[in-house]
Every structure is written in C-alpha cells, then in structure tokens.
Write a protein that binds this ligand. Structure first.
Ligand SMILES: Nc1ncnc2c1ncn2[C@@H]1O[C@H](COP(=O)(O)OP(=O)(O)OP(=O)(O)O)[C@@H](O)[C@H]1O
Length: 265
C-alpha cells in the first residue's frame, strides 16, 4: 500500500494512489458531486480480506454516498472502485451483487406476506438455486440454515411483521448472506438495539468473518463497534480525517473536533 517515494518520504493513499491489488475492495480518489456540493472528495481506502472495517463519520460526512457509490446505487463522478482485483466502477447494483458484494438497508423491505424463511429463500443466489433445482426441499433447507446462522431459527414461520426490530435486522443480514457474498456492507447494524442484542449481532457478524467474509460496517459513531471492528476509518466532508485501531481513534484531535457539539464518537 504505502510506499516510499524517491526522496524517502512516506506516501499516503491519496498521494500515491491505490491499485487493484491493494485489497479485496479498493476505492481510489472516489468522488461524488451533487450539483455544486462535493459529498465525496477524492476518497481512497482499501479493505483487506476478512477484515472488519468501521466506516465512521458525523452527520452529512458522506458515509451513505460512499456506500451507494461502492455498491452501484450511485455512479461516482470520478475515481475507481476495484473489487477482487476487477474494476467495477459505475456498475449497477445487481451486477455488484452478482460479483459477490452484498449490502443491508436501513429501510427494511421484506415481503410482508411471506414467512421469514421464504423471504431468505427468495434472496438465494441464482447459482445456488440452479444447483439445487429439482432437489426437493433443498432451497428451503439452505434458507433455514442461513436463518439459524443469524439467530432466526425459532422464527422461521413468522411473518416479518411479527419480528421485533432486532429480528428485522437479522432478517436483513440473512437476505444479504443468501446472495453468497464475499464482502458485506452493513448499514448501522446496532441502531435501536439493546446491549444484549448488540452483543448477539456482534457474534453473528464475527462468525461471518471467521467463515471468510469481509465486512464494512457503516455507522454514525463507534458505540457498539469496539468489539467488532479491526480498524476505524473516519471521514468528514467526504474526506478521510483519521484511520486506526478503534480504541485509539476516539482520542484523535481531528476526530474529537469533527464530533464537537454533536454526539459522542
Ligand atoms: N441525492 C443527493 N442529492 C444532493 N445532495 C446529497 C444527496 N445525497 C447526499 N447529499 C449530500 O451529500 C452530503 C453527504 O451526505 P451523506 O448522506 O452521504 O452523509 P452521511 O455521512 O451518510 O450522513 P448521515 O449520517 O446523516 O446519514 C450531505 O451534505 C448531503 O446533504
């Protein structure tokens, strides 16, 4: 990643430029403008395989914009995104899913008239469905297994409306797992959860990593993330202000200033 230039000076990503092989997901000089507003200002970062990156920033910092540009919901104005070494800049969201990138949504939109397990079965990757075609009950079995992995084993036959808020979050994660991703971007997973529920969901996300997945967790602050993330990447005004181990980042003067007058980081 960072290499020395001819004069021996350490180069930071923005100066040197990240390349396709610098991580499983790499953004280089990623930019998004909305009219005259620059929401993402030549942002560069790389996420390593099986890493859990916390992507943090105060309100309006550009987290959702970055999330949307990486997952194909917005086309970036400039820069590049590489996923597993391939240039995926500007691809559509369904193409990103096919390539192994999943995301969760803050606005849950399950099919309210289908059971929990059917909702997950309907999200199963087409590959899995083709492989399983004609094998009676296999699709359902796989969907059930995913539900159990996220702690929904006892609610398989309930409808989403019967689930508590934490259950809806688990369903959202189960639907993302069903697409068989290598990388999952999780949007504010702990919003509105009790400390016990945070702990339970932390264990689910850690087990996904232990099974080979890479995760980016986007959040307004680091409450609840300390036991989950390996590294925090903090942005403000669409640009990086700090990066490092989560327990150190909270003491960073730039981070404290960014949160001044607002919520605690
Ligand atoms: N579709 C859009 N059109 C115009 N401006 C936008 C659009 N989406 C975001 N912005 C602006 O871009 C900036 C970054 O917004 P963004 O939603 O990415 O921040 P955020 O870090 O996700 O904030 P929050 O934590 O409040 O969700 C803000 O100034 C926002 O008003």
């Amino acid at each position: 990643m960072s290499t020395d230039n001819e004069s021996g000076e350490r180069l930071t990503p923005g100066q040197q430029g990240f390349g396709p092989s610098d991580g499983v997901l790499v953004a280089n000089d990623l930019r998004k403008e909305f009219g005259g507003l620059t929401a993402m200002d030549d942002l560069s970062f790389a996420v390593q395989e099986q890493e859990i990156l916390g992507f943090i920033g105060p309100n309006g910092a550009g987290k959702s914009t970055t999330f949307n540009c990486v997952t194909g919901f917005y086309g970036p104005t400039g820069g590049n995104v590489w996923f597993k070494g391939e240039d995926v800049t500007g691809l559509e969201s369904h193409e990103m899913v096919q390539k192994g990138m999943a995301r969760t949504f803050q606005d849950f939109a399950p099919l309210s008239d289908r059971t929990v397990v059917r909702n997950v079965a309907l999200s199963l990757a087409p590959d899995e469905l083709l492989t399983l075609a004609g094998v009676s009950g296999e699709t359902e079995r796989l969907a059930e297994e995913i539900c159990r992995r996220v702690g929904l084993g006892d609610q398989l036959e309930e409808t989403p409306g019967e689930l508590p808020h934490a259950g809806m979050l688990k369903l959202e994660i189960a639907k993302a797992i069903a697409t068989n991703p290598d990388l999952m971007l999780v949007d504010e997973p702990f919003a509105g959860l009790s400390s016990g529920e945070v702990q339970e969901l932390t264990e689910v996300l850690l087990s996904l990593r232990d099974n080979g997945m890479t995760l980016i967790v986007v959040d307004h602050n680091m409450r609840g993330l300390l036991n989950l993330i390996d590294r925090a990447f903090v942005i403000q005004f669409g640009a990086k202000i700090a990066e490092g181990p989560p327990d150190e980042i909270t003491d960073d003067p730039k981070v404290q200033e960014a949160y001044l007058g607002g919520d605690e980081i």
